[in-house]
Write a protein that binds this ligand. Sequence first.
Ligand code: RP5
Length: 175
Amino acid sequence: MTSESAPLVGIIMGSDSDLPVMQAAADSLTEFGISFELTVVSAHRTPLRMVEYAQSARQRGLKVIIAGAGGAAHLPGMVASITSLPVIGVPIKSSNSIDGWDSVLSILQMPNGIPVATVALNAAKNAGILAASMIGAFDSAVGEKVSSYKARLEKEVLTKVEKLKTNGHPNQFDK
Ligand code: RP5
């Protein structure tokens, strides 16, 4: 958790081996000043813990769950099937992954009725930003931070445009 306030986002992952990837979600939420909790919950190895976590999430005050898993990655989908909170899934290329495709498809290809907002492979940073956007929909202070973040990104790209103009390219578009 980043502050003393009750966590708004739950970050869960199938194993501690997912943490090097999932840390980017935590870093992102910290940047936006959003309180979060983080733990290991495995769909296959601790199914009862997963059910308990998902069932209690809303009443504990969470607004969004970010769930990361590799291989046969059922954690995000199973958690989404239990809670009414939005679930963001992070497919992880883990030691047991077939190039990450197993995880991507397990999380992405949910049946109608149980959506999981799936980010790109290992894209835990985007999961954090998406969670911030969701919180920002009802918390204007967070919404403003997300707007500022996007404005910074725009500025960075426009700086690159100017740099390319300065360095010159034979096919340079001049606007
Ligand atoms: C998945 O299996 C986990 O999410 C992790 O990505 C992968 C490997 O887990 P460990 O064998 O490292 O515990 O359930």
